[in-house]
Write a protein that binds this ligand. Structure first.
Ligand code: G1P
Length: 304
C-alpha cells in the first residue's frame, strides 16, 4: 500500500440521543473536548497513517453544522486577524483546511450501512473506518494496524481489546488465535501488542456465546472487497446492517488480523460521563490548561 492514496471513513450520522437535550440543535460530534470539537480529534487521527489523504465523514442532512465547521471561512478569519487574534485565526483556518469530504446516511440502518454510504467516494483501495465516539490522542493505533497489515500482505486489520465477560454483549467479539506480535515484541497472549489471526466474529453475543473476550474497539483497516459484501448484507443484531457480519463473510475469501490494543490509549466520548472524564484527562495532559483546570476543580475533588 506504500505510496497509495487511501481514505478514512468516520460514521457520524447518529442522532446523539445520549446527549439530549444538548444535541437538540448541535451535533454531538461538535461537542468540545477543551477547545476543539470531538470529531476534529478523530479526523486528525484518521489522517495519521501513511498514505491517508482524505477523510469521508458519513453525515446526515440534519447536521449541516459539521460541514460548516470543516469549511473555510475567510471573512471570519480576517476579522480575527484584524483584531490581532492571529493564533485563533490560524486555529479556525486549520479546521477549514482539513481534507474532509461528506457522504450521507439519512436512515439509521446500522454501522455496515453507514460505511456502505461512502462507496462512491472510495477508489477500490483499502480504507480505514474510525468510530467517532472515541479518539486516540497520540494517533498511533491506526498507524500500528497499518504496520500489521503490511506484515501480512496488505490484509484487513482490526483493533481489539480484552473486555469483562459480562460486557461482551455490548460489542463485536472475535474468535481467533494469537500468531505473533507487533514488531516481533515479546508479549503474552491477549496482551497489548499481540496479533491474532481472526477466524470468526459475533456482533453483541450473549456471554455464553462469546468466542473470546476480545472486543472490536472501533478502528478498522478494511479490504475494498467489504464494500461489495455490504451491498448485499442483510440485517443482524438489533435489526441493523452490521459491519461485523460483512467482515465475517470477508473471512471466507481473505485473511484478517486483529491487533490487541490498550483501549485506555484512547478517550471515550460516547456518554456524558465519559465525555466529561475525557475533558478532564485532556486538561490534565495539556501543559497550558493543567494548572488552571486543577485550580478550578480544586475545591470539588482532590486530584493526585
Ligand atoms: C459498534 C460495532 C461493534 C464494536 C463497537 C465499538 O457497535 O458494531 O462491533 O465493538 O462499535 O464501540 P455500536 O457501539 O455501534 O453498537
Amino acid at each position: 500500500m506504500k505510496g497509495h492514496s487511501m481514505k478514512s471513513i468516520i460514521p457520524a450520522a447518529g442522532l446523539g440521543t445520549r446527549f439530549l437535550p444538548a444535541t437538540k440543535c448541535s451535533p454531538k460530534e461538535l461537542l468540545p473536548v477543551l477547545d476543539k470539537p470531538v470529531i476534529q480529534y478523530v479526523v486528525e487521527e484518521a489522517l495519521e497513517p501513511e498514505g491517508v489523504d482524505e477523510v469521508v465523514i458519513i453525515n446526515s442532512h440534519e447536521k449541516p453544522q459539521i460541514e460548516a465547521y470543516f469549511s473555510e471561512d475567510l471573512d471570519f478569519e480576517n476579522m480575527l486577524r484584524e483584531r490581532g487574534k492571529s493564533e485563533l485565526a490560524d486555529a479556525v483556518h486549520e479546521a477549514g483546511a482539513l481534507p474532509v469530504s461528506f457522504a450521507y446516511q439519512d436512515e439509521a440502518l446500522g454501522l455496515g450501512h453507514a460505511v456502505y454510504c461512502a462507496k462512491d467516494e472510495m477508489d477500490g483501495d483499502p480504507f480505514f473506518v474510525l468510530l467517532g465516539d472515541y479518539f486516540v490522542p497520540d494517533r498511533q493505533m491506526c498507524v500500528n494496524m497499518q504496520k500489521v497489515s503490511q506484515e501480512h500482505g496488505g490484509a484487513s486489520v482490526i483493533a481489539v481489546a480484552p473486555v469483562p465477560a459480562d460486557q461482551v454483549n455490548r460489542y463485536g467479539i472475535i474468535a481467533g488465535e494469537c500468531v505473533g506480535s507487533l514488531d516481533g515484541a515479546e508479549v503474552a497472549d491477549e496482551e497489548e501488542g499481540t496479533v491474532w489471526k481472526v477466524t470468526g466474529m459475533v456482533e453483541k453475543p450473549a456471554p455464553e456465546e462469546a468466542p473470546s473476550h476480545l472486543f472490536i474497539v472501533g478502528r478498522y483497516l478494511l479490504s475494498p472487497r467489504i464494500m461489495d459484501l455490504l451491498a448485499t448484507q442483510g440485517t443482524g443484531a438489533g435489526g441493523e446492517i452490521q459491519l461485523t457480519d460483512a467482515m465475517v463473510r470477508l473471512l471466507d475469501e481473505e485473511n484478517m488480523y486483529a491487533l490487541v490494543v490498550d483501549p485506555d490509549q484512547g478517550c471515550d466520548t460516547g456518554t456524558p460521563a465519559a465525555w466529561a472524564a475525557t475533558n478532564a484527562r485532556m486538561a490534565l495532559r495539556n501543559p497550558a490548561q493543567r494548572a488552571a483546570f486543577i485550580e478550578a476543580l480544586g475545591k470539588e475533588v482532590k486530584l493526585g
